[in-house]
Design a protein around this ligand. Sequence first.
Ligand SMILES: Cc1ncc(COP(=O)(O)O)c(C=O)c1O
Length: 434
Amino acid sequence: MDTSLKDSIKAEYNKRFPQKKFIPGESVVPVSGKIFDAQEMIGMTEAVLEGWWTEGHVAEEFEKKLAEFVGVKFCTTVNSGSSANLTAFTALTSPWLGEKRIKAGDEVITIAASFPTTVNPIIQNGCVPVFVDIEMKTLSIDTSQMKKALSKKTRAVMVAHTLGNPFEVKKVRDFCKKHRLWFIEDNCDGLGSEYDGQRTGSFGDISTLSFYPAHHISTGEGGAIFTNNALLHKAIRSIRDWGRDCWCPTGKENTCGVRFNWKLGELPQGYDHKYIYSHIGYNLKMTDIQAACGLAQLKKLDSFIRQRRENYASLRKKLAKFHTYFDIVEATEKSKPSWFGLLLTLKDDCGFQRKDFTQYLNTKKIGTRLLFAGNITKQPYFINYQVPYRKIGDLKNTDKVMNQTLWLGVYPGITEEMIDWIAQSFEDYFEQFK
Ligand SMILES: Cc1ncc(COP(=O)(O)O)c(C=O)c1O
């Protein structure tokens, strides 16, 4: 790219996104957001000027670097984390897997304190989610309940590293191995998290990431799917790319060498491989423009993770003294989370309601979020569609989270001044109970 164009983009970036001074009570303390500079814009402009626009060599490079970072052989980029989950689960229903494929009516163990699109692919493929409870210390899957959830129809476990806190991933993996279940690791919130010294997203048969702006790195919209299994990788790409049988990269032809010599389904011999479909597919590809943004973000990833951990530690330390009112989520044993947010659960006898507290924080311009769908079985869509599901026990802890949990931001845009403002605002609120 011409140096003068690069300089113009840098100047434009500086003009549009000047550093803002934080004014407590006036400036917003967001829960999340994307952090970028002119490099993302230069990368995206370069991809626009190349004129390719769909998935191409930039996406390929992004996939290679992502796979290296997570520590998995194959990576496929997609247009969102939700698409990643949908493609990941659907790949396990591929006829290419023979007897091992998941079929409609099969059961999948998961949790109800979830983001909806961790659970939805199970339903969208005609399968039945079986909900186990979470445990309160980490708000992660209570692995001791998995055995109770097993039935003759169980075929998989699909669960997320909630807000970047790894669940007991080895226990889940061992359980899946023992009972010959597929293991799908939704790592959308956990890029850079580690369990027992190994990156999350590298344990499951398939794992996923999201690059929505709230996440560790952003491509605007975007996601990725990871696997070490070559056949699953092929199925993932087929389902992402209209369901096609052909595996040529976008814009390439005849990689198989026998493009006009295939005999599949009941199609005539020699039907163009480009138009042979072996799956009920979608088109969920990421564009090179998005991937160019992702490549620039990846260069910042290590510092993003470091900053998230520092912010989490500082916020946790400053809020610790209010322990009579709430419990702060704890990192799972043996884990090193790349935190997405700081979760706290109000004590039963704290003396106030979550809605009053979050409204109060809102007046202080401090953003809060709930733990996604709370108890997903109580969401209107579960009731309106009469989604079939099973649950183990009464999901008591899940309900507690639905009623009493909230989270605060620790993303790299959070500064020490903001953390001090959060702590000060907490102090002021609790003053009334003294
Ligand atoms: C755990 C989890 N899975 C999946 C998703 C969906 O990702 P996306 O918003 O990119 O579709 C999210 C979104 O935040 C998430 O938190």
